[in-house]
Design a protein around this ligand. Structure first.
Ligand code: CA
Length: 751
């Protein structure tokens, strides 16, 4: 940019039509931070600062000015999408009638607490200002637990619209409306036509996509309107949107395959209307959760939602009598009408009822809702007295619980998909039941800036080229180095003795041309290290530790030891692993602290003679509700003489903001495992705080106990149809809940 000489300012005469006097507005085209600051000093109402095309590195933009309604002050890109803010960059705006557009934040992160803040400091806020058509793409702090907002709205009458925000991986709400000072209350902000792209599972609290208010100010009104936004796989945590203030309107948004719910967590008098939720049967997809007074939930369409408990398709909570401001206020005067609940697995009423949450919903009504489940299963669960919710005129194709039967008419319903993509009853007699045909769900392409492609950042396995790798010195190492995301490396018959740690920083599959005929040994303390951006599938290989260093603490696969920001996937199938026993504590898989797997899948493998643990997913020892893997799937493997634990999966603390971790373990044969005295858990499986556990059809022979510790969140645990030969029966403990454990132990054989 420096080589190009720009005029300091290009003066353009503008004849204002709205003021009686003639006004000269200036366009300041700037190509450096200095010239930007110069222009900023001289800005008048009606002026524009134009950032020159190119990459601006480490630019903390402070945009201050006093525009007017007729003559706003503008900050814009010379060409939309061609002005990149990278490195340690951000934007603060304060003043009145400011407009910012066309900027792209990527390849960096903000050193401050927000990428875009509608204030320059605590006193100087923005009013009547608009940020439109900006992009914040994977602009995540590399320290995952370092919290920031991508957009923080302060002040009043501001608008954030037609923007693209996707790929937030570090802690903190993506877009937050702050009500933390008098001048930010009753703010009348508008958030519309934004594309909220995929937000990966965060693995603890702090992964909300949008939050309006905080519990502290939740009895204040916000008057924020959130409409026509598209939430695409916003999976951060249990709350997609967390409303914590009053008098907001959430209208005509689409939630596509997003895990979690729109939660009316605090604040009264919110209106939730004309929204569309498409779960498509994806795990933990939820809908709307109602708490507090005077909430209106009307004409929403919810389809294919699998979520349960507080993550259900529809939930009305119990409150705490005389609740403190940060607990649960009683549901009162809720109006829930004309919603369509189609293939919604769970509708939970008086949810959360317990000794503390004993205040049942009152003076509320559910009317003219349509309930249709293809499988004819009725979706309601009642956790307490729900006579405070009047049921009237609802229609279902399922049976109804007797307590609700008078207000839910059961009948045969034939459904048909209309041109707007939604299902409606064919019969015109039902035209006043459920969501109206006038809903027009916002399409993905009508959100975000039109000039920025909505490309998935996650590369699927086997989506690239297939590359043959000969069994020669360093051939595998070099092939990994030069492969592209999604490629498949096919190993020939023969021995690959790997001299150097293979860094996996892209999505790769490594497969044997002939199952079991490609053999790998390795000379370093690990064979594969998965680092940021990496995901690995191994298929059909024969891997031995015989050439590994004679030292304690080797591993076959590990993640980056610390500072991992990207979630990863690890799969191993149809492979043999043996002789990880040259010294003690030779682990199969070792997670680093802070690393998080979307899933780890092991199926159809044989594992023999391992002196350490098999899966070490227990590195988050601070008990903050953080853990190392969302789904762990171990099916159809044999384990012989694994001296440590097969799985250590640990989620400590009492926070309830996550759906995981999950463990699925079926049809494995485990012999002589878990019994080393170096295995401090003295167990073959050590599961602490795991939320969903299925251990089924396995044979444990002469192995250490299965130890399951339930913490919070009403975990679902089933241990069924297993055989425990010369192995103690599973131990299940409730660490927080009173009374007997809630695990299902069924049909296990003990001998
Ligand atoms: Ca949360």
């Amino acid at each position: 940019m420096n080589s190009i000489q720009y005029l300091k300012a290009v003066t353009v005469l503008v004849f204002s039509l709205c003021l009686s006097s003639q006004v000269i507005a200036k366009n300041w085209l700037v190509d450096s931070q200095n010239s930007y600051n110069n222009a900023l000093q001289q800005l008048q109402a009606g002026d524009s600062i134009i950032l020159a095309e190119g990459t601006w590195n480490d630019f903390e933009i402070l945009f201050k000015g006093e525009g007017t309604e007729q003559q706003p002050i503008t900050l814009k890109a010379q060409t939309k999408g061609k002005v990149i803010l990278s490195g340690q960059s951000n934007l603060r705006l304060s003043g009145k009638y400011l407009v910012v557009s066309g900027l792209v934040f990527k390849d960096g992160y903000t050193p401050s607490s927000s990428v875009i803040a509608f204030r320059s400091n605590k006193e100087d806020l923005a009013y009547h200002s608009r940020v439109t058509e900006v992009v914040i793409d994977n602009f995540s702090n590399p320290d995952k637990q370092e919290s920031d907002y991508w957009v923080a709205l302060y002040g009043q009458y501001n608008r954030f619209d037609h923007s693209y925000v996707s790929g937030k991986r570090n802690k903190g709400v993506t877009v937050a409306v702050r009500l933390d000072s008098k001048n930010s209350l009753e703010n009348h902000h508008q958030i519309d036509h934004n594309y909220f792209g995929p937000r990966p599972i965060f693995g603890s609290n702090g992964g909300e996509t949008l939050r309006i208010g905080t519990s502290h100010y939740s009895l204040s009104n916000s008057f924020t309107v959130v409409e026509n936004n598209y939430f695409d796989r916003c999976d951060g945590e249990v709350e997609i949107i967390s409303i914590k203030s009053g008098q907001n309107q959430i209208k005509n948004n689409v939630f596509f395959e997003s895990r979690g719910t729109l939660t009316l967590r605090h604040g009264n008098g919110n209106i939730i209307e004309d929204n569309v939720f498409f779960g498509n049967g994806v795990d933990h997809t939820g809908g709307i959760r109602v708490i507090n007074k005077d909430q209106v939930v009307r004409n929403n369409y919810l389809e294919g939602l699998t979520g349960y408990r507080f993550g259900s398709g529809f939930t009305v909570m119990n409150g705490v009598p005389n609740s403190t401001i940060n607990r649960y206020h009683q549901v009162e005067n809720a109006l829930i009408e004309n919603n369509s609940l189609i293939n919604v697995e769970h509708v939970q009423l008086a949810a959360g009822s317990d000794a503390e949450r004993s205040a049942v919903p009152i003076n509320s009504s559910m009317q003219n809702n349509l309930i249709f489940n293809e499988n004819k299963q009725q979706p309601f669960t009642l956790f307490d007295d729900v006579s405070g919710i009047k049921f009237n005129g609802n229609v279902a194709n399922t049976s109804a619980l007797s307590a609700l039967a008078s207000g839910i008419k059961q009948q045969h319903i034939e459904m048909k998909r209309a041109n707007n993509g939604l299902l409606y009853p064919v019969s015109t007699t039902l035209s006043n039941i459920g969501a109206k045909t006038s809903i027009t769900p916002i399409s993905k392409s009508d959100t975000g800036p039109s000039w920025y492609a909505k490309v998935d950042s996650l590369t699927a396995f086997d989506s690239g080229k297939t590359i043959q790798v000969p069994a020669k010195d360093d051939a595998l190492f070099n092939a990994v180095l030069t492969a592209n995301d999604g490629d498949v490396l096919v190993l020939a018959n023969g021995l690959y003795d790997v001299r150097k740690v293979i860094d996996i920083n892209k999505t790769l599959s490594i497969k044997a041309k002939n199952q079991g005929k490609a053999k790998i040994t390795f000379q370093r303390s690990t064979l594969f290290q998965i680092s940021n951006g990496g995901s690995l599938t191994i298929d059909g290989l024969d891997i031995s530790g015989v050439n590994s260093p004679d030292a304690a603490g080797n591993s076959l696969v590990r993640t980056q030891k610390w500072g991992m920001l990207d979630n990863y996937r690890f799969v191993m199938r149809n492979s043999n692993v043996s002789a990880l026993d040259i010294n003690h504590s030779f682990h199969f898989f070792d997670s680093g602290r802070g690393a998080f797997a979307d899933y780890i899948e092991l199926s159809g493998n044989h594992f023999t003679n391992i002196t350490g643990d098999f899966l070490r997913l227990d590195k988050e020892i601070e008990d903050l509700g953080i853990y190392n893997a969302e789904y762990v799937i171990v099916n159809n493997n044999t384990f012989n003489n694994v001296q440590g634990a097969l799985v250590k999966l640990y989620r400590g603390g009492t926070d309830e903001s996550t759906f995981g971790p999950h463990l699925n373990m079926r049809n494995n044969t485990i012999k002589n495992s878990g019994k080393s005295n170096r295995n401090k858990t003295a167990s073959s499986l050590y599961l602490h705080g795991v939320q969903v556990t299925n251990i089924e059809g396995n044979t444990f022979d002469n192995s250490a106990d299965v130890v399951i510790e339930h913490t919070v969140g009403e975990p679902k645990t089933a241990v069924k149809n297993n055989t425990f030969d010369n192995t103690a029966s599973p131990s299940v403990k409730e660490l927080h809940a009173q009374g007997p454990h809630t695990a299902l132990l069924l049909n296990n054989k003990q001998s």
